[in-house]
Design a protein. Structure first.
Length: 268
């Protein structure tokens, strides 16, 4: 179970409720950023009741169930050295829609090149090309080494959230899987945060535009990754995304403050 300083002084029922609130907000934000149509309330209902919401796609229900299951995997790995096998297990958890296509493997690195179009601040369309599939194993070895180092060394809120930002940037810039990379990044990058005794960073759907634009600006400026660049070729450009992540942590703090207020009310 997660050992979190935010739980200090809270009754067990408030700790349980706080974890559930974080799970639901984390799941809703991460899936909604990718286009899931379930509301926060519907997300909570689907996870807790295991029932469907009328009129909503089955895929959306599967995504939130898969993400909630993936959060449990992350919690179970808090004392482990993370390996490729862990990443493949996580990919199978989040990638719940089965596609029978040998070029779209589950629990394995991508086999085909991938990328996306972005629009710059001056209204230019630019194609962002992610790492070549042949370079993914080497780049992900570097990324995993940094994940495990930061998970051991991070102390304090600011340092832990900066570690989240760095790992998140690196993972989505590689884009090692054919799909699910954003959800994977938002899960895995929280390991140093959780190991520092904090509750996770949650990117809310209301920050979607800023989140997408900030990532795209970094990727365009840093260029395509390869063995010659390493995973983080331009640390001087990481500041805007670090600032976004520091701001995003306000959602987690708000839930902690709410739980503490409820606890204080019981002492009156």
């Amino acid at each position: 179970m997660i050992d979190c300083t935010a739980f200090a002084g809270l009754d067990q029922d408030l700790r349980t409720a706080l974890l559930a609130q974080i799970r639901d907000l984390w799941t809703h934000g991460s899936t909604a950023i990718e286009g899931n149509t379930l509301t926060l309330g519907e997300t909570k209902f689907v996870i807790e009741e295991g029932l469907t919401v009328s009129g909503k796609p089955l895929k959306d229900h599967q995504e939130v169930i898969g993400h909630a299951r993936a959060i449990e995997l992350i919690y179970h790995w808090l004392d482990a050295e993370v390996t490729c096998s862990h990443l493949f297990d996580l990919h199978r958890a989040v990638q719940t829609e089965v596609t029978l296509d040998i070029f779209k493997p589950f629990g394995a690195w991508k086999l085909e090149p991938n990328g996306t179009y972005a629009v710059t601040a001056d209204a230019r369309q630019v194609f962002v090309e992610y790492a070549d599939p042949r370079d993914v194993p080497t780049l992900m070895d570097e990324w995993l080494a940094e994940l495990n180092r930061l998970s051991r060394d991070c102390r304090g809120e600011v340092q832990a959230i900066d570690a989240y930002a760095r790992l998140h940037l690196g993972f989505v810039h590689i884009h090692p899987f054919w799909d699910g990379n954003g959800r994977m990044a938002r899960l895995l990058a929280n390991l140093p945060v959780l190991r520092a005794g904090l509750l996770p960073v949650v990117i809310e759907v209301r920050d979607r535009r800023r989140y997408i634009d900030t990532l795209a600006a970094y990727q365009i400026a840093a260029g395509r990754l390869g063995p010659h660049t390493g995973v983080w070729p331009r640390p001087d450009l990481e500041g805007p995304f670090r600032a976004l992540c520091q701001d995003a942590y306000g959602a987690t703090r708000a839930l902690i403050c709410q739980a503490r207020a409820q606890q204080a009310g019981r002492a009156r």
